[in-house]
Structures are given as C-alpha cells and as structure tokens.
Design a protein around this ligand. Structure first.
Ligand code: IVH
Length: 665
C-alpha cells in the first residue's frame, strides 16, 4: 500500500479508538491537545489526497456519546463543534477572514470555553420541557430527568416577554469541589477515579438514577440561544437578556471591536481562569450579529463565524525513572510512574498516574524515556506523551505487572474491566493492612491508630485482621519498641469504645466491596440485623433504594465466603453492634417534652433521620428553621452559617451529638 495511504488509515484507526475512549468510556488516554494534533494531521493529509477520502473517517463526524438506555431526540439545529487553535496567529487569520468576507463593521464576542459536556435545553412557554446531550451532533440522549436536578438550570423562566419556544445551549460542569469530594469517595471504595471534572460531568449526566446525579452538584453555563424569532439580532444582547430569565450566563462574556481587545481578553483569562471554581480550557470567539453569522455560514463541521482558542495545558518534560505498583485493600493494582522531580504549575512533581494497562500500551513507554507531564484539569499529574526523538538508549519496555508486587500471586484482569486485581485477598499484606486501615477510619470504627502502628502490629504477628485488634492485651503493646504505657492504654481504650459504634457503621467498616457509607446506612435500615442481611438474596437486596445488581452481588458474595463469615462471628463475639439499637429507636419517653429542636449539619454517631426519630420518641418537636421558639440546635459538622448567625442572634442554645444523647439517656 502507498505509505501515505497507510499513514491515513492508521491515523483514522487511532482516532476511532480515542473517540471511543473519550465519548463512550469517558476515559481518554491522551490529552485534548494531542487529539487535536492527530485530527489536524489527518485533515491535512485527507485534503492533499482526496482520492482516499472515506465517509466514515473520524474527520467526517463529531464523536458520539449516545447511550442505549436513553431515548434519542433529533436536534432541531445540528450541534456543531468548533474549530480549535492554539495559536494567536490563527486567531488573527480568523479575524481577517471574517473582515474580508463581511466587508462591513462587526463585533466579536469573547467568552470562556467551559470544559464540560454540552447540553441543549428546550423551553416551551418558559417551561423546561427537554434536555438533550450533543450525541453525534444530529441526535442526542434525552437526559431531562437528570438535568432537572441541576440547581442553576431554571425549570421555569422568569419574565413577561418570553419567546413561545426557545432553545438554550450550554455546558454542564462539575465544580472542582464536587469533583474532589467524589474522587475521594471513589478512592475510599477503590473504584476507578475520574480523570478530570469533564469526564465526571459527562459520566454523571448519563447515569440512570437522577438521585445520584442530584447528589453530585453539577452546574450549567449557557452560551447560545436558538429559535425562530429571537429577541434581538445580537448574540451578546440575547445572552444578557437570558440572564434575566434566570439562566446562568458567564460573566466573562465581553464584546471586542478589534484584535488588540481580543488578545487582551486571551491574556487576562489565561491567568484568571485558574481562580474559577470550574475548568475552562480556552476562549470562544463569535461574530456578534446573528445576521452576519448566517451570511458567513458553516462548513460541514464548523461555523465560519466562530473559533476556539485553546489555552496550553501546563506541561513539563522529565525522565521516567521507574514504575511502581500499588495494591489497595480490594486488591486493585495501580501503576505509578516515578519521575525525575520537575517543576509544574508551581509544585514539584515526582509521581504521575498511569491509570491502567491500556493507557500504558497506548504510550509505548520505556524506562528512561523523556515524558511529557501535564496537570491540566487533573488532580494527579499524568503522562501525556513520550519524546521519541530524545530516546538514544532504549530502556526496558513498560509492561503491566503479571504478578502481585507484594505477594507474587498472578494478577487477574476481568473481561470488560481495565483494572488488574491480586486475587490473594487473604494472604497479601497490603490488602490485609488496607482492610484494617479502612476498618479503623473515623467514619467506620473510629479507632485512633495510624498506618505505621497497624504495619508494626502486623509485622510482629499481633494483628492479622481487624478482629485481632479486640484480642490485643496491654502486655503485647508495652513490650513493643518505643511504646509507652499511656499510648498502650489509649489504644486499648479507643478499641474498647468502638464496641458501641452503631450497626450501620460496623457494616461500613467490614469493607464489603461497593458498600460505602450511604449504602451501609440503607442496608442497615432495610435489614435491621446482620443475620437478616446475610440471609438476603440478591433480589431482596435490590428492592432497597440505591442498591443495584453490582452491590447486591458483592454483598451476597461476602456472606457466602466462610472466611468473611468467620471474621464477622469473631467481631460479634467481641461485642460489636450487629443490629439496630432497638431500645434507642423504640422506647418512648417524655424527656424532651415541650422542647423544639432544630437539626443542622452532618453527624458521626447517628444519621439525621435517626436523630429526628429520637426527638419525637422522647416527646420533643423537630423543626426545620430557627426561630424564637427554638429551644436547642442539635449541631453536627459544617452547620449552615445562616443558621449559626440566627441562633447566635436569638441566643438559642447549640448542643452537639454527645450532649443530645446525654439528654435522652
Ligand atoms: S459555542 C457552533 N461557546 O465547546 C458551536 N461552545 O468545541 C457552538 N463550549 O460543543 C458552540 N464553552 O460544548 C460555545 N462559550 C462557549 C463554549 C462552548 C464551551 C463547548 C461546547 C461545544 C464545544 C465546541
């Protein structure tokens, strides 16, 4: 085959693969910039060699995020994408082309390019009737139920002169704060982390359960108004008006009259964007007049009246020194790149994530390679490319570990999963220690003991699983090197205290795969003791809110494994709570008679609902807002500042969990 044709074919193949990773798996293995470069290379080659054009080439369509579980809706106006550029020269080319073609006065609106997932909102008589994803640009998924949960998407528009029908387009994003919290939770569960807020937002929007979507705190930023009879001919004025309807339009939107003003905007926001609560990856330039937009028209993929200038992700070049493998408590093995330290966006980077086998293979990594590291939108820096030119002595090719780095058991990779596991859960030290570390965390048994101590106790043969903690004796501890009597006593007291930790937290502490804090609470409420839970079939488990097949499977597997049931039996004989405390929940008293109590914040010992029940059971009244009739505020962590202020003003007494439990004891 002709070598150029071969090159075209291989670029197409490569881009198809990346499209799939990006749009279907929401897990890209290369940076946007690299993707754009590949696309550009292919577009150019195809333009030079039209004899090899192909209607199925990735240059002919925009990627698809269509998910078979949603109803598909045809877009009234196609959802095009934008031509990207990284160079100011090309911005000037764009400006001059527009000027030549229009041959009249025009203005350019500059706005931030929000890096999330696009959405089309349909409003009829001011009411949100439908929300559709971009899909393949021609039709998308109807995700209305999910979008309704996003707090800054108005369900009903405000104002009098609303158009009978209007389509608003914009971006759905996950703010950094929600993204970090979500990944922390996933890390705890050893579920694969989202690489960046964009993937997290698009993954969330495609979930089947709107309640989970609601809990993830997405946000919208709108950037286009479409319809038959729009209020004005100016994009800028229409967007400004839509802000008064209640839509969230970026305050950065600015009208520019010449190239200098455009460049000033680019310069300003390359710096200021770093302080925003959401990710942006560039600036979108648009001709302001809709009439002029129509005159300029579109190519098959892009509008001629708009271009996106993308900011460079901060990159550094450094040497890959080695790759290490981390084993978590569920046995998941994660590869980590150890790098020659390098400065990147103000911090020294020594390690980078390599995600999984597919990501490693896509990079064709060798030890000693000079690699590009990027922080872009990610928390953990990642390797986005290799400088092949700099390779003069090729080191060993990096291949995924075949054996567990700790216990040498052959690793397994399930079909359809990117993750490798060490199956030796009972004998692999990091898994054993990891499970104990999870068991003692604050949200679980709240035993005050650090990872070093756990490691020490394990190495000395004193603790092999969490149940062994309850067999520790004072003599075992004081004979340890550098252990004073007080630290031994404190640890034993903390272990003793954990015996009163309520059932739902014990359930969470067991470390059953996919059973996080919330799931544990739901299970405890539905199955009030561990025997009932252990006897439940997957079908019975799935009748509980938020429990799907995956969780149900994992729970039944746990209780059918004799090793785990023996573990539970030992904990039980040590006096841990394995049933809901019925006395607490059922006994009625009038200890709180005549008292009105407001609950605020998050709690550690019981759930809000349990506290509510306790107030009622003890003859008190629970109220949602603070007033002069409030007697007490039962305050947990992060009590709302408004409530706090009001309480202080009215002189309402604030009590914590312990004090409250004391009152009803
Ligand atoms: S205008 C005809 N404005 O970037 C295209 N898009 O590459 C109309 N995006 O699919 C798009 N911020 O999801 C526009 N201020 C902005 C944007 C923006 C982010 C996204 C959008 C679009 C993609 C285009």
């Amino acid at each position: 085959m002709d070598p150029i044709r071969q090159k075209i074919e291989s670029l197409r193949q490569e881009l198809h693969e990346h499209n799939y990773n990006y749009y279907v798996l929401s897990r890209p293995v290369i940076s946007d910039r690299e993707y754009d470069m590949l696309m550009k290379q292919l577009t150019e080659l195809e333009a030079q060699h039209p004899q090899w054009s192909d209607p199925n080439s990735p240059t002919m369509r925009v990627g698809s995020d269509i998910n078979k579980n949603f109803i598909q809706v045809k877009h009234r106006y196609p959802m095009l994408s934008l031509q990207n550029t990284y160079s100011e020269g090309e911005v000037a080319d764009f400006y001059n082309r527009v000027k030549r073609t229009l041959n009249e006065e025009f203005e350019i609106v500059c706005e931030l390019k929000y890096d999330g997932t696009s959405i089309s909102l349909h409003y009829e008589q001011g009411r949100l009737i439908r929300a559709v994803t971009r899909g393949d640009g021609k039709k998308g998924d109807d995700v209305t139920a999910n979008v309704r949960t996003i707090r800054n998407v108005p369900l009903i528009l405000k104002g009098d002169n609303l158009p009978p029908y209007v389509e608003m387009r914009g971006e759905i994003l996950m703010p950094w704060s929600s993204f970090d919290a979500l990944n922390r939770e996933r890390e705890e569960q050893e579920e694969p982390l989202f690489a960046n807020p964009r993937n997290a937002a698009s993954g969330t929007l495609k979930m089947q359960d709107p309640r989970i979507v609601a809990s993830r705190k997405l946000e919208s930023y709108m950037y286009t108004m479409l319809g038959e009879s729009l209020p004005t001919d100016s994009h800028y004025d229409n967007m400004t008006l839509s802000r008064t309807w209640g839509l969230n339009v970026s305050p950065s939107m600015t009208k520019c009259r010449n190239l200098e003003e455009i460049f000033a905007f680019l310069k300003q926001w390359d710096v200021e964007r770093k302080t925003l609560p959401v990710t942006t990856d560039g600036v979108v330039l648009k001709v302001d007049s809709l009439n002029q937009q129509r005159n300029l028209g579109n190519t098959s993929k892009f509008p001629r009246w708009s271009i996106a200038f993308k900011f460079n992700a901060e990159q550094a070049l450094t040497r890959l020194e080695s790759v290490s493998w981390q084993v978590g408590r569920t046995g998941a093995v994660t590869p980590v790149a150890n790098l020659e330290p390098v400065l990147l966006s103000g911090t020294t980077v020594k390690r980078a994530s390599l995600y999984n086998e597919d990501a490693i293979n896509a990079l064709d990594l060798h030890i000693g390679d000079m690699v590009y590291v990027e922080k872009g939108g990610e928390i953990i820096p990642k390797i986005t490319g290799v400088d092949r030119e700099a390779r003069f002595m090729i080191g060993d090719k990096v291949t995924f570990a075949r054996y567990c780095p700790d216990c040498r058991t052959p690793l397994v990779r399930n079909e359809d999963e990117a993750v490798h596991y060490c199956p030796n859960s009972g004998g692999c030290p990091p898994q054993i220690k990891g499970r104990i570390e999870h068991f003692v965390t604050r949200k679980a048994m709240n035993i005050i003991i650090g990872p070093e101590t756990i490691s020490l106790l394990y190495d000395k043969g004193l603790v092999y699983d969490a149940a062994d903690l309850y067999d520790l004796r004072f003599e075992d501890l004081v004979t340890l090197e550098r252990w004073a009597e007080t630290s031994a006593r404190n640890l034993l007291a903390s272990i003793e205290q954990s015996k009163s930790v309520p059932y739902e937290r014990v359930l969470y502490a067991l470390g059953i795969r996919f059973v996080g804090e919330t799931v544990a609470q739901k299970l405890a409420q539905a199955f009030p003791d561990i025997d009932a839970l252990a006897a439940a079939t997957p079908e019975q488990l799935m009748t509980v809110e938020e429990i799907g097949e995956r969780i149900a499977q994992s729970v039944t597997e746990f209780f059918s494994n004799p090793k785990f049931t023996a573990f539970v039996a030992r904990l039980r004989s040590n006096g841990l709570q394995f049933s809901l405390n019925e006395e607490l929940l059922a006994a009625k008293t009038d200890k709180l008679k005549g008292l009105t109590i407001v609950i605020s914040g998050t709690f550690n010992l019981h759930s809000r609902d349990e506290y509510k029940a306790m107030i009622l059971q003890n003859g008190g009244k629970n109220s949602g807002s603070v007033s002069k009739n409030t007697d007490y505020i039962l305050a947990g962590d992060n009590m709302g500042p408004a409530k706090l202020e009001k309480a202080e003003k009215l002189g309402v007494k604030i009590i914590d969990e312990q004090a409250f439990l004391e009152m009803i004891r």
